[in-house]
Ligand binder design. Structure first.
Ligand code: MG
Ligand code: MG
Length: 390
């Protein structure tokens, strides 16, 4: 089945930065900012560009002298991206540090970089310095608080971290602050049991149909009900078959497309579907293992649905990969795909399409997709400078 980008949908779906990055590439090198830019190209003005360059430059100037020394040149260029040739490096070095000069101001560097890249026609690739986003997360410190009445536009589930020593609470984001990967804090066994453990934020408990989601545009990203024309949204097609939610610290960039696929990311955290026996609570954070992934295409946008199971579910010990779901829970994956294909039809929507002829990909593939969207989130964070825990 070929995959089409619907012209009807978002204006952001128009091809912009068509990537030819393979999964192998992702692991091998640092992704540059332009590739996963959080800015749409139209927003990426010379002013924004200059500001980002300035931030990168000044990261090498901690004392705020507005200069860097010649010893910083290689580090600086290393952060510009991977297409600075030796020749450009030499030329830039001479412009920034003519004989006798040991330091260079930002304006001098920026002018020199502009001249060099203009004359060489180089792609303006660069990578920013990390915002050093770190989070001392412990599951037992995470609290949720509900405000507003359920099924109204005011309803919110907000997240807090509690300092267990001082009882102090601090609001946090389920998207940015809850970690994607779990680590063994105390390793008592030789096998790293945390290898396939991820955090999953439940937005829509199974057997319910109110469309709750992480509010990506609100501060601290509480969960709220999706609103359309002033009204909270419900799935008319029927109740959700499984616990539906998202992975924290992931983002499907609308500037990114996959090799062989033409659909761009849907600009949201990555979706996951928990197929365990229990109904999870709205807003709960559950440790899950990843079993596989379905490449859904929703009105031309890539919308991966990762299949997961809670690690404490009674069925979890039988399920390590997608093939085990076919073996032990026959019919489940087919019913899920059919639900996802058809749920918009009753609201005058079109059936959803799927990449790879609707084939579920295995756990290894799914982990790569998640890792990639985690990298995109990392870059989103660096660019937008979103709030972080101190
Ligand atoms: Mg979602
Ligand atoms: Mg989505």
């Amino acid at each position: 089945m070929s995959v089409k980008t619907s012209p009807r949908m978002s204006p952001r779906a128009a091809p912009r930065i068509n990537l030819s990055i393979t999964l192998e590439d992702l692991g091998a090198r640092q992704i540059t900012e332009m590739e996963y830019a959080a800015y749409g190209k139209e927003e990426f003005s010379p002013e924004v560009h200059k500001k980002l360059m300035q931030r990168m430059f000044h990261s090498l100037d901690p004392l705020g002298h507005d200069t860097i020394s010649v010893g910083h040149l290689d580090t600086l260029l290393g952060r510009m991206g991977d297409d600075v040739s030796d020749e450009m490096r030499k030329e830039l070095g001479l412009k920034m540090f003519p004989p006798g000069a040991t330091s260079c101001t930002f304006e001098k560097f920026y002018a020199a970089w502009g001249e060099i890249t203009l004359s060489k026609g180089a792609a303006k690739k660069f990578a920013l310095v990390s915002g050093n986003f770190t989070s001392p997360y412990q599951q037992q410190q995470l609290l949720t608080r509900v405000t507003g009445e359920k099924y109204t536009t005011d309803y919110r589930v907000s997240y807090y971290f509690k300092n267990l020593e001082t009882d102090e609470e601090k609001q946090v984001s389920p998207w940015h602050d809850v970690p994607l990967y779990l680590k063994d804090i105390v390793r008592t066994e030789s096998v790293n049991r945390a290898d396939n453990r991820y955090n999953f934020v439940c937005e829509i408990p199974k057997w319910t149909r109110a469309k709750f989601e992480i509010a990506t545009k609100e501060a601290y990203n509480p969960i709220k009900q999706d609103i359309k024309n002033g009204l909270p949204r419900f799935y008319k097609h029927g109740d959700m078959l499984f616990n539906y939610g998202a992975f924290p610290q992931t983002w499907e960039s609308p500037d990114h497309t996959w090799p062989g696929l033409s659909a761009y990311g849907d600009n949201d955290p990555m979706d996951a579907i928990e197929i365990g026996m229990r109904q999870l609570e709205l807003g709960s954070v559950t440790q899950v293992k990843v079993l596989g992934v379905l490449g859904m295409i929703d009105a031309g946008e890539m919308d991966w649905k990762v299949i997961v199971i809670s690690i404490t579910d009674p069925a979890a010990r039988f399920l390590e990969d997608i093939c085990d779901v076919y073996t032990h829970l026959p019919g489940l994956l087919e019913a899920l795909r059919e639900w996802l294909r058809t749920y918009k039809i009753c609201q005058d929507g079109k059936p959803n399409e799927f990449a790879f002829q609707g084939e579920y990909k295995d756990s290894a593939f799914a982990k790569k997709v998640i890792y990639e969207s985690h990298l995109m989130w990392c870059n989103l964070n660096k660019i937008k400078g979103t709030t972080s825990l101190s």
